[in-house]
Design a protein around this ligand. Structure first.
Ligand code: ATP
Ligand code: MG
Length: 570
């Protein structure tokens, strides 16, 4: 029997200061995890029980979808990462160590290289394909900002799967199968997720979707259309047709006007008594050694990923003050497209046809008015560069986009042949022609998923566990441990439930009832059965559901029936 007095459930009245979001605070307060150092956590018995449930759901659904479980090393020789060029791409994120022969090894942040190497050696023929390999394993990432407990850790558990197919049609089937399995996994974990189009980032490849748990504490921005099913990570979100941001019919000549000390859009707008909507924002970026001037409507922000794609090649980095001064000949705050020599100019789509605008004049304390972009900056090219925002038109149906915050719990990618070509995962077709296998990769943050369940389902008193991942289904709470009949009754109920296969925690502590009830709410197991002197005198115990707060009184021998009616133990 699982007695509290023989367990290790160190509940806390208050969470440590550095726990910033509800789920992190609750995991610490309910005694599920403990911090070792930034981004490194120990799972205590209760936390581990919940984690194992998530893992079991993931494993069952992966097996059901036909994926094959394997377990790859966490330590990788550096050279395999160099063969795909990702040693450089991920070198900041990878933990690196040396063995006694001074050979460099990395702790795996992900496993595309390792699994592709395996397939290169083990699979030769189209007859051996398709295959999908998965593992549930610890990953290591030297995150810039580990935070929010298990949400962004340095060491975390991921389920990663990798599919290998002979053609695109097959790869699509593998992708769809994982996509659907992910839907089932999160549903069984009691999570509501939103599926969004995503950027392929460092992984490369053609297309991808992320599974997001909507939450204000989410680190990802996303937009969803109020009218159709379009939803996308903000990094990726397109924007539908908008009228030009700035347009005046006047054909007035370009004119430089003094704007002493006015650098920001707000300052210039106040000084010139012109609405911010007439301003063009000019940002100087460096792409390697090459400066690029990026223009946006004054009230818009750059989407860095769209910008990188529009410029191609290296990642653009915002120029520092000294670089801006060197490129524009003016201090920060006075950059503009007119007369900028030797600088590539890129403007957001929404600036096409702009006339009558205000920009910096590349001269201290000076701005241009009456700017006609086509006339005054003919070298300009246009691209979609703006970050989408609430109210923008949907790129699919023209409906209204709405911004939300989300936590990425899963990610599916179509990879193509990038890894199979570089690492020689080739197969022979029916006529003995050699081709690279077509790959997909699919990740679920198992530890992040667990914490997301709590982020989505809690109240002011504590966690509200969905049955599928709760550490125990039922807590039997003996209200007064000094009262022998209550103790005997509570133990009897706990034993009956255990024999019926219902995971039960017995709070047998000799503590004040107030403390025990508070802890029960904090732990948030789906059902609490209170056994006390007063109700026993009436021949009943109190059965309470954590989700609805519904309370039912019943005779101790009827407890199993009540639970069965709630879907527990059937
Ligand atoms: P993020 O954008 O949040 O950094 P990612 O896109 O780099 O994540 P993937 O490489 O797609 O992550 O990894 C698959 C899954 O692993 C993610 O969907 C997420 O659930 C989880 N994950 C990634 N990084 C971490 C981390 N530092 N701590 C916990 N879980 C993580
Ligand atoms: Mg991702």
């Amino acid at each position: 029997m699982n007695r509290w007095t023989e367990q290790c459930i160190p509940t806390l009245r208050n969470a440590p200061q550095d726990a910033e979001i509800a789920s992190h605070r609750l995991m610490l307060r309910a005694g599920l995890i403990r911090k070792l150092a930034g981004g490194l956590y120990t799972f205590l018995p209760l936390g581990l029980r919940a984690l194992r449930k998530v893992e079991r759901i993931v494993r069952e659904e992966m097996d059901r979808a036909g994926a094959l479980e394997i377990l790859m090393p966490a330590l990788h020789p550096r050279d395999i990462w160099e063969r795909t060029g990702r040693y450089d791409v991920l070198k900041e994120v990878m933990f690196k160590i040396h063995d006694r022969q001074d050979r460099e090894l990395v702790l795996g942040p992900t496993h595309e290289e390792i699994v592709t190497n395996l397939v290169a050696n083990e699979i030769q023929s189209y007859r051996q394909l398709p295959r999908n390999f998965y593992q549930i394993q610890t990953k290591f990432r030297d995150e810039i900002r580990p935070r929010f407990g298990l949400m962004r850790a340095k060491e975390f558990i991921m389920k990663d799967a990798y599919s290998f197919d002979i053609d695109d049609a097959g790869a699509d089937v593998s992708y769809q199968r994982m996509y659907q399995a992910y839907g089932r996994i999160f549903e069984r974990c009691g999570l509501r997720t939103k599926i969004v189009e995503a950027d392929t980032g460092a992984m490369g490849g053609q297309s991808s979707h992320e599974f997001m748990v909507l939450a204000d504490a989410g680190e990802d921005g996303l937009v969803e259309c109020e009218a159709c099913t379009y939803a996308a990570n903000l990094e990726r979100a397109e924007i539908g047709e908008l009228p030009p941001a700035i347009h005046a019919d006047a054909e007035a000549a370009l004119e430089a006007v003094p704007t002493p000390g006015a650098r920001t859009i707000a300052e210039v707008s106040t000084f010139l008594k012109a609405e911010p909507a007439r301003m063009i924002k000019t940002l100087i970026y460096m792409v390697g050694d090459e400066p690029v001037a990026v223009l946006l409507p004054g009230d818009r922000d750059v989407n860095d990923i769209k910008l990188a794609r529009a410029l191609g090649g290296e990642t653009p980095v915002l120029a520092d003050d000294a670089q801006v001064e060197k490129v524009t000949g003016a201090p920060l705050g006075f950059a503009g497209p007119c007369g900028l020599e030797g600088v590539r100019l890129v403007a957001d789509e929404r600036l096409r046809g702009t006339r009558g605008a205000i920009t910096g004049a590349n001269q201290a304390d000076t701005h241009f008015i009456n700017v006609d972009l086509e006339r005054d900056a003919p070298a300009l090219t246009f691209a979609d560069l703006a970050l989408a925002r609430t109210g923008d038109p949907c790129p699919r149906c023209g409906g209204r986009l709405q911004e939300k915050r989300g936590i990425e719990v899963g990610h599916v990618f179509k990879l193509g042949t990038k890894y199979s070509e570089k690492l020689g995962a080739l197969y022979l077709d029916e006529s003995s022609q050699q081709h690279p296998a077509i790959m997909g990769c699919y990740g679920i943050g198992v530890t992040r998923t667990l914490q997301s369940v709590i982020e989505q389902q809690h109240d002011k008193d504590g966690i509200i566990w969905p049955l599928g991942v709760a550490p125990y289904a039922v807590e039997v709470l003996i209200i007064n441990a000094q009262h022998a009949p209550a103790v005997a009754c509570g133990e009897g109920i706990a034993r009956t439930l255990m024999e019926a296969g219902i995971e039960t925690l017995l709070d047998d502590r000799d503590e004040r009832p107030g403390v025990k009830f508070k802890d029960a709410d904090l732990l948030g197991l789906p059902v609490r059965i209170g056994v006390g002197e007063k109700s026993l005198a009436r021949g009943v115990v109190e059965v309470k559901r954590r989700t609805s707060g519904e309370v039912v009184e019943c005779a101790p021998e009827d407890v199993l029936n009540i639970l069965a009616a709630w879907g527990i133990g059937v």
